[in-house]
Design a protein around this ligand. Structure first.
Ligand code: EPZ
Length: 443
C-alpha cells in the first residue's frame, strides 16, 4: 500500500495553493484582442470526480482515481473524506484513496459549506454506516438549491430524516433498503445520491425520471468497475441491485465537457483556432451544434476536439434554451452568452434550470455588451462589434469564466476578481489561456 498523507495536511503538489491564492484576493489581469491559437490538455470533469470521490466512502479497498483536476472543490471533497476517517493522497492528477478506516458519520457545516455539492456524500455515508449527520447545504449564488428530492428518495429507502437546528440527522435503523423512486425533475445530485445509497442497500432500487448527464454514466461506470450492479445509467430509468461489498478499482475520470465548452468559446470569441486533447466530442452534444450553427468549423478524432473560428461570416444563433441533458447544459449558458456578445445578430437565451443564473450579465455590460434581461429567466443578446476592457467581479463559477471570455474578446485591459469562484472548477485556467496565446496573468 502506498504511503498516504492525510489530505488535511498542506499538500506538496500545490493544490491547497489555489485556496490560499483566492484568500489573498488575487485577480486575473487580461489584455484582450489576441486570437487564441494552439493546443492544451483538457482537465478531468469536476462534476464527475466529486460524486466519484463521494462514492469511495462505500469502499474498503484501495481506489486509484486518475485524471482528477486540482480544484478547490476536489480538494474540499478530499477534506471531507479525511474527516470521515479515510486516507487520501495526490500524485499529480491521480488521487489514491483508502476508505477502509471510515467511522465518522458526521460532516460539519465548515466542510459542507466549503464544497457546494457536499450533499452528495449523504447517500454514500448512509450506504456505508447507516447513519449520517450533515448541515443543510443551503443555496448558492445561482439558486436556492433545495434537496427535497434527495430527502424523499432516501426516506423511501428506509432512512429516517429529522432536521434540528439546520442539521439533518439521518438514520436507517435496519439499514438502507432498495425502493422504487420517481423524480419529478431529473436532478443530477438526487440521481447520484440515490445511486450511492442503493449500491450496498438490501434489495433493488429503481429510479424513474433519472438524470441522463454523462457524469451520471461516469459515476455508474466507476461503481460497476468496483463490482456494483447498475443498469440504465444515461437513460431515465436506472436499476441498482444491492451488493455486499465493492472491490479495489483503478479508474480514469471523464474529460470535463464544460471546461471544453469554455476553451472552445474563448477561441470562438477571439476568432481563433485551438485543439483540445483529452476531450470527448460525444459528451459535448448541443454545445458543438451551437458553435457550428454560428459558422465555426469543428473537428473530432480519437480524444481530440478542435475548433476553427477564423471565418469572417460568423453569426449569432437565434435561441439557446437550457435544460436537463441532452438539452443545452445550463453550465454552458454563461459561457455561450459571452461568445454570442461578439456575434452580429440577436440571440435569445432561456434559462430553465436555475433561478438566478444571469449574474454575469451586469458584469458583461461593463465591457459594453448589449444584453437585456426579462424576469431573470430570459436574456436577449444583441452582438457588438467591439467591446472595451473593464474591472470585472466573478459572480459565480461559470459566470466568472464568461467574464474571462468577454475580456479576452474586448479591446484593452480588464481585471477579473473573486477568483475563488473560478478556482472551484477550472484547473490552471490562466496558464492554459496563456498557452493558447491569451494575455492572461494572475497576481
Ligand atoms: C449539478 O448540480 C451540477 N453540479 C451543476 O453544475 C449543474 O448545473 C446541475 O447539476 C444541472 O446540470 C455538480 O454536479 C457538482 P440538480 P445539482 O439537482 O445536482 C432543482 C457547475 O457549474 N432541485 O440537477 O445541484 C434545483 O434547484 C454546477 O459545475 C430541486 O428542486 O443540480 C435546480 O433548479 C452548477 N430539488 C434543478 O433542480 C432537489 O431535490 C437542477 O438541480 C434537487 C434539485
Amino acid at each position: 500500500m502506498r504511503n498516504f498523507v492525510a489530505t488535511g495536511e498542506k499538500p506538496t503538489d500545490g493544490s491547497e495553493v489555489i485556496c490560499n491564492d483566492c484568500e489573498n484576493g488575487q485577480k486575473l489581469y487580461i489584455s484582450g484582442g489576441n486570437k487564441l491559437n494552439g493546443e492544451i490538455e483538457l482537465q478531468g470533469a469536476k462534476n464527475s470526480v466529486l460524486p466519484i470521490i463521494a462514492a469511495t466512502v462505500l469502499m474498503k479497498s484501495q481506489v486509484v482515481l486518475k485524471g482528477c483536476p486540482k480544484l478547490s472543490d476536489s480538494f474540499g471533497a478530499c477534506r471531507i473524506l479525511t474527516h470521515l476517517g479515510a486516507k487520501c493522497a495526490r500524485e499529480g492528477d491521480t488521487i489514491i484513496i483508502d476508505a477502509s478506516g471510515i467511522s465518522v458519520d458526521e460532516i460539519p457545516a465548515s466542510l459542507m459549506k466549503k464544497m457546494r455539492s457536499s450533499i452528495i456524500f449523504l447517500g454514500a455515508v448512509l450506504g456505508r454506516l447507516g447513519t449520517c449527520r450533515v448541515s443543510m447545504p443551503g443555496g448558492c449564488e445561482i439558486g436556492e438549491r433545495p434537496i427535497d428530492m434527495h430527502v424523499h428518495a432516501l426516506e423511501a429507502m428506509g432512512v429516517d430524516i429529522k432536521t434540528q437546528n439546520g442539521i439533518m440527522v439521518c438514520d436507517a435503523p435496519s439499514g438502507v433498503t432498495g425502493a422504487q423512486v420517481t423524480l419529478y425533475f431529473p436532478s443530477v445530485g438526487a440521481t447520484e445520491n440515490i445511486i450511492l445509497a442503493a449500491v450496498l442497500a438490501d434489495g433493488t432500487t429503481e429510479i424513474k425520471g433519472a438524470a441522463k448527464e454523462p457524469e451520471i454514466v461516469d459515476l455508474a461506470n466507476f461503481l460497476i468497475a468496483a463490482g456494483a450492479k447498475i443498469s440504465g445509467a444515461g437513460s431515465d430509468k436506472i436499476v441498482i441491485h444491492g451488493v455486499q461489498t465493492l472491490h479495489e478499482v483503478e479508474y480514469r475520470v471523464m474529460p470535463d465537457r464544460i471546461a471544453a465548452a469554455t476553451y472552445l468559446a474563448a477561441a470562438a470569441a477571439t476568432r481563433g483556432s485551438i485543439v483540445l486533447r483529452n476531450a470527448s466530442f460525444g459528451d459535448l452534444g448541443l454545445i458543438c451544434d451551437v458553435f457550428k450553427q454560428t459558422g465555426c468549423k469543428l473537428y473530432a478524432y480519437d480524444n481530440i476536439v478542435a475548433i476553427n473560428a477564423e471565418s469572417k461570416n460568423l453569426a449569432a444563433p437565434d435561441e439557446i434554451r437550457t435544460g436537463p441533458f441532452p438539452a443545452f447544459p445550463t453550465d454552458a449558458q454563461p459561457i455561450m452568452l459571452a461568445y454570442s456578445v461578439t456575434l452580429p445578430g440577436t440571440t435569445v437565451f432561456y434559462e430553465t434550470v436555475f433561478e438566478n443564473r444571469f449574474m454575469h450579465v451586469p458584469e458583461l455590460r461593463k465591457l459594453g455588451a448589449d444584453v437585456k434581461l426579462f424576469d431573470n429567466k430570459t436574456a436577449v443578446v444583441t452582438g457588438k462589434k467591439r467591446m472595451s476592457g473593464a474591472a470585472l467581479d466573478s459572480p459565480d463559477l461559470r459566470g466568472g469564466a464568461a467574464l474571462v471570455i468577454g475580456a479576452l474578446a474586448a479591446d484593452g485591459n480588464s481585471t477579473v476578481s473573486n477568483l475563488q469562484h473560478i478556482d472551484r472548477g477550472y484547473e490552471n485556467f490562466a496558464e492554459n489561456l496563456r498557452k493558447l496565446g491569451g494575455n492572461v496573468y494572475r497576481k
